[in-house]
Design a protein around this ligand. Structure first.
Ligand code: GAL
Length: 361
């Protein structure tokens, strides 16, 4: 633990974390659709008749099993694959343990074992080109999930007509929704220290990930777009992790005390850590501080209902896992996919948290 915490780096307020990185292809992405184009070639049509999914082997790579959201995602993915006709023993899910070298070995093993399709949540999105090259060379269709490769990588799939696609959401939307949840409270309700500004701290996910970059940027942008003046007190990396989130928020509350009016967390795991740190500091969400996350974990929806967390944004693991399985099936049955398969986020406040909870049952 100590070494993980020591590795936490300071991002710095006002630093545009996405500066210098190419805009992801999401900006160019067509409207969300999981619809497949019909099989075009005789070969594809022949493959389409071989529809027995129970004999098909699926390799799934998850960047890290201990991630709460990706645990929901992979559990739903496996159940849905089975409901589509795949055999449980033919679905292998590997834990990349947040180490690209480990995951690359797992991909090599899947290729040697001759899996029929791969679904990959990369440890580092920047390794996508290397991963794609080896998977395409082995003639295995590939569905990337959750961590979007960059625009130039996605362009290669299209230019070469490769059986590769990406399933995920546009993180800008989730960041914007986080900011709107706060902005909708109005400056009077937020500005406890009466300096005319929204004083906030930002707890970021993995900085290599566009989800973290965009949620950070767009949550604040939603405030300034509504004409609110903002003041970033602290911006730090918590790597999507609850314990790190708690520690970072405890530190910031210790340093900035009552000046902290809003805590933005790039995900709910870190928001749960923040909730604890806020309680430990004797502060009360909704009375002298606000807290928002992303994912809509069950525990967080319950906290939103009780008022212990101000709001979150539903990251639809059900739609995303189903779309990725459907895309895999399309490839296996000789159909094609769009190169980007999107999904909408949903803003979650006290008003709709119960219906989100009900939909997750
Ligand atoms: C995000 C999610 C985070 C974390 C991350 C992993 O979409 O909100 O909780 O799971 O993916 O890449």
């Amino acid at each position: 633990m100590a070494s993980t915490l020591m590795a936490v780096s300071l991002v710095g307020c006002g630093a545009s974390t996405s500066a210098g990185t190419p805009a992801p292809a999401a900006s160019e992405a067509p409207a969300a659709t999981a619809e497949a184009a019909p099989a075009a070639t005789a070969e594809a049509a022949a493959a389409a008749t071989d529809g027995d999914l129970s004999t098909k082997k699926v390799g799934v790579c998850i960047y890290q099993f201990s991630d709460n959201f990706m645990t929901l995602f992979r559990t739903e993915l496996e159940n849905y694959l089975i409901s589509l006709g795949f055999s449980k023993e033919n679905i292998t899910i590997a834990d990349g343990a947040n180490d690209q070298a480990t995951q690359t070995n797992q991909i090599d093993t899947f290729i040697t074992d001759g899996v029929d399709v791969l679904i990959i949540n990369p440890v580092n999105s920047s390794s996508a080109a290397t991963i794609t090259d080896k998977v395409v060379a082995a003639n295995i269709p590939l569905v990337y999930i959750n961590r979007e490769p960059d625009e130039s990588e996605e362009a290669r799939w299209k230019d070469n007509g490769w059986k590769v696609t990406y399933v995920g959401c546009d993180a800008r939307q989730s960041g914007t929704m986080q900011g709107e949840i706060i902005a909708d409270l109005g400056l009077d309700a937020i500005d406890f220290n009466k300096n005319g500004k929204v004083d906030y701290i930002m707890i970021e996910g993995d900085p290599e990930n566009v989800d973290a970059q965009y949620r950070t940027e767009f949550s604040v942008k939603a405030l300034t777009d509504k004409g609110l003046e903002v003041n970033c007190l602290s911006d730090q990396v918590g790597n999507w992790d609850q314990t790190q989130g708690q520690q970072l928020v405890a530190n910031a509350l210790g340093q900035f005390g009552n000046d902290v009016e809003v805590v933005f967390c790039n995900n709910d795991a870190m928001a749960l850590g923040a909730k604890q740190a806020i309680a430990d500091a004797g502060r009360t969400v909704g009375k002298d501080i606000y807290l928002v996350g992303v994912d809509a974990l069950t525990e967080v929806c319950e906290d939103v209902l009780s008022g212990a967390i101000t709001g979150t944004v539903f990251n639809d693991h059900i739609a995303q896992s189903h779309s990725s399985a459907d895309a895999a099936v399309n490839f296996l049955t000789g159909k094609t996919n769009e190169y980007y398969i999107g999904c909408d986020y949903v803003k979650v406040t006290k008003d709709n948290a119960q219906s989100i909870l009900d939909s997750l049952k």
